[in-house]
Ligand binder design. Structure first.
Ligand SMILES: Cc1cc2nc3c(=O)[nH]c(=O)nc-3n(C[C@H](O)[C@H](O)[C@H](O)COP(=O)(O)OP(=O)(O)OC[C@H]3O[C@@H](n4cnc5c(N)ncnc54)[C@H](O)[C@@H]3O)c2cc1C
Length: 408
């Protein structure tokens, strides 16, 4: 009897490729819905990689339903406001976050180190019965029949391993291998921008950068974002610059002299923070044009593998978490399982519509951030006139969204 027959008593089995933010969260949502999950990850150990991420209420609401908010208490920071400055240090606006956002959306805004978020999710997954890890497994191929899908992996020792499941989820990030294996093209588009990240230990950071705030500095052809992470023990600094450089990966070393030169005419506070970082890593910014489907047969995608997006609405991690919650909701519960093909078609429809809107919003935000000349002046004048809750109003469609609602 096929596992997606509603009468089958055996838990259905999902094979998730990628133990990043989306893959781990999805495993937890699927187990809660009665699935058994295997997570296959190419890295042999999940070491702390990356820097800061923002989690908005649309994602924290879902993590709260998994009973996870206490896991973040010592690690995540709850920013009280965002401070938007011009590159010369002039404050343009101070949108509220903190309590105002939490009261309005019923869940908090958090900023967190990517490694901490991944650790919290991994530890929760390790303690959850029904989730098995296969680390050091790089997917190289897949095969599908009417009844099952099989992922074919190369392990670190060179052995080929096959894992069969009812469903295969490609949560393998921006440079996804599952995507081409499932017959989708790879139209990720470099945007001529790179992100440089530094992590400044608290004691080395200028005082203004230690406060529980998200800071955004806008300049011609560049912007700077910083906020505290790791319970306030470090400050995550990301400089986005126009740079037509492209290489796969998240950790290419960056030459600090490049930033020193580019930010030489910025306010001294911004320069002091940049100078305080002990090192820089950079990655190329890519996104994808929205597609008409992510799923084929028993294979689907989520997170960056599905909908790479620019980081200017800070939704990369939050949308991957939403995807996982939505996928599990569409697949039904153990008592009421939905047939896989129909569930994936509905998941595609709902999630593609939502993430396409965010992809396009992030693109236009990037253009606005990097304006120069009279257009930048017009932007700054508008920002100065905005009430403090304008950003919460403008982005309520993102933050109020409930990804477990089946209507999208
Ligand atoms: C090392 C690293 C550092 C990052 N640093 C930052 C950062 O500083 N700031 C930021 O905004 N975003 C960062 N990101 C991206 C951010 O995590 C994602 O944009 C967002 O969280 C969506 O997550 P995701 O689950 O779709 O993908 P990811 O979190 O990227 O996870 C993808 C996972 O798939 C695994 N994988 C890839 N290929 C294969 C394969 N062939 N077989 C098996 N497993 C595979 C990867 O090792 C990774 O664990 C980073 C991602 C990675 C992998």
């Amino acid at each position: 009897m096929p596992d997606d027959d509603p009468a089958s008593p055996a838990p259905r089995h999902a094979l998730i490729v990628g133990a990043g933010i989306g893959g781990l969260a999805t495993a937890l949502f699927l187990v809660r819905a009665g699935w058994r999950v295997t997570i296959a990850e190419r890295e042999a150990t999940l070491h702390e990689a990356g820097a800061g991420l923002q989690l908005s209420p649309n994602a924290t609401r879902l993590l709260a339903r998994l009973g996870m908010m206490a896991d973040f208490t010592d690690l995540a920071v709850r920013p009280q406001e965002m401070v938007v400055r011009r590159h010369d240090g002039t404050v343009l606006s101070r949108p509220v976050l903190g309590k105002a956002a939490e009261q309005r959306f019923g869940a908090p805004f958090l900023v967190i180190h990517r490694g901490d978020l991944q650790n919290v999710l991994r530890q929760r997954a390790e303690k959850t019965s029904g989730i098995a890890f296969r680390l050091g497994h790089r997917i190289i191929d897949l095969r599908e029949t009417d009844d099952q899908v099989t992922g074919i992996f190369e392990t670190a020792s060179g052995v080929t391993v096959r894992i069969a499941a009812d469903l295969l989820v490609g949560a393998d990030g921006l440079w996804s291998r599952v995507r081409p294996l499932s017959g989708l093209p790879q139209p990720s588009q470099p945007q001529g921008k790179t992100a440089w990240r530094g992590l400044v230990p608290r004691e080395a950071a200028p005082i203004f950068a230690r406060e529980a705030k998200v800071n955004l500095w806008l300049g011609p052809n560049a912007h700077l974002v910083h906020y505290p992470v790791s319970g306030g023990e470090a400050v995550n600094v990301v400089a986005i610059i126009d740079e037509p450089w492209l290489e796969e990966g998240w950790n290419a070393p960056g030459d600090p002299d490049v930033l020193t030169r580019l930010f030489a005419r910025w306010d001294e506070d911004a320069r002091a923070l940049i100078a305080a970082s002990p090192g820089w890593n950079r990655w190329a910014l890519l996104d994808r044009a929205p597609e008409s489907r992510w799923s084929r047969g028993r294979v689907t995608l989520l997170g960056d593998a599905a909908h790479a997006m620019l980081p200017f609405l800070a939704q990369g991690a939050s949308q991957a978490i939403e995807d996982g919650a939505s996928l599990a909701a569409h697949l039904g519960t153990a008592g009421h399982p939905a047939p896989i093909a129909g569930a994936l078609a509905r998941y595609d429809r709902v999630r593609i519509a939502r993430t396409a809107r965010i992809q396009s919003g992030a693109r236009s935000q990037g253009r606005i951030y990097h304006l120069s000349g009279p257009l930048a002046l017009a932007r700054d004048t508008t920002l100065r006139l905005l009430p403090r809750d304008a950003a919460l109003n403008r982005y309520a469609w993102i933050y109020a969204h409930d990804a477990e609602s089946l209507t999208g």
